[in-house]
Design a protein around this ligand. Structure first.
Ligand code: NAP
Length: 254
């Protein structure tokens, strides 16, 4: 523990689910963590309280992504929050985690829903990285949360899968450009994880068992399962890994 002492991390979508798990783990490893959220202030406060109870350092950052002016608002809040903690504007670790999902086959997909999904899941991470790079020194870390859906044919999540496929391309391409600066860029792709995102798909015990059976470990993923992988990618120990898609599905459908 303590391997991230002196580093500042920004985790988008850290009020709930996987993002909360990642924020808690990075703070436990010693980073000062910006806990970003869109509108659920109560949930964000719960993440902040959990981190502080564990002796970690963090501050909340509110900004809705996928709308005009989103990146400017995010970094204005980040800079102010970091200053409030006596930290500089430097950002060492960026985790692009915030995303939304829609369940729709091609016949029912509406253009406005597609546009919003792409704005939140694909456009926002790209331009968040663009702005983050102005604050990131050599040796920085970028982790994009992708999804198993980007590499599997799941007709019910066509648009979501596309939005994450673009994140995978972003990851690989940027890793090439940022390698000379020692900045690594990797994607972590969870399968089913116990969060609110797809809770309706886990509504019955039967459905839960079927989802658990997808994994070689016969259980549904937990936010900590993903957070531990992200913590490794955020650490110095992962310096020789970049541009990669890390399957974090608990060995689903081997
Ligand atoms: P979640 O529980 O639904 O939480 C979503 C988080 O993102 C919340 O913090 C939310 O903030 C924030 N957010 C949502 N829309 C936003 C917007 N427009 N602007 C800013 N922030 C926004 O999600 P999750 O299940 O933890 O998923 C986290 C990541 O893992 C996502 O990238 C998702 O695609 C990926 N993933 C999840 C699963 C799974 O099974 N759960 C599987 C594969 C991949 P508020 O609290 O303020 O709303």
């Amino acid at each position: 523990m303590g391997s991230l002492r002196g580093r500042t991390a920004l985790v988008t979508g850290a009020s709930r689910g996987i993002g909360r798990g990642i924020a808690r783990r990075l703070a436990a490893d010693g980073a000062l963590v910006a806990v970003h959220y869109a509108s659920n202030e109560e949930a964000a406060e719960r993440t902040v309280a959990a981190i502080r109870d564990d002796g970690g350092r963090c501050f909340p950052v509110r900004a809705e992504l996928g709308v005009d002016g989103d990146v400017g608002a995010l970094f204005a809040a980040f800079d102010a929050g970091a200053r409030g903690q006596g930290a500089g504007p430097e950002l060492d670790i960026l985790v692009n985690n915030a995303a939304v999902s829609i369940s729709s086959r091609i016949a029912d997909l509406r253009a406005e829903d597609f546009d919003r999904l792409i704005a939140v899941n694909t456009r926002a991470p790209l331009f968040v990285i663009q702005e983050a790079l102005k604050r990131m020194g050599d040796g920085g870390r970028i982790v994009n949360i992708s999804s198993a859906a980007s590499r599997r044919a799941l007709p019910r999540t066509l648009a979501y899968s596309m939005s994450k496929g673009a994140v995978d391309s972003l990851t690989r391409t940027l890793a090439e450009e940022l390698g000379p600066r020692g900045i690594t860029v990797n994607a972590v792709a969870p399968g089913f994880v116990e969060t609110e995102m797809n809770s309706s798909r886990r509504a019955t015990e039967e459905a839960r068992s079927a989802i658990a059976a997808l994994s070689a470990f016969d259980r549904i993923g937990r936010p900590e399962d993903i957070a531990d992988i992200v913590a490794f990618l955020a650490s110095d120990d992962s310096r020789w890994i970049t541009g990669q898609y890390i399957d974090a599905t608990g060995g689903s459908k081997l």
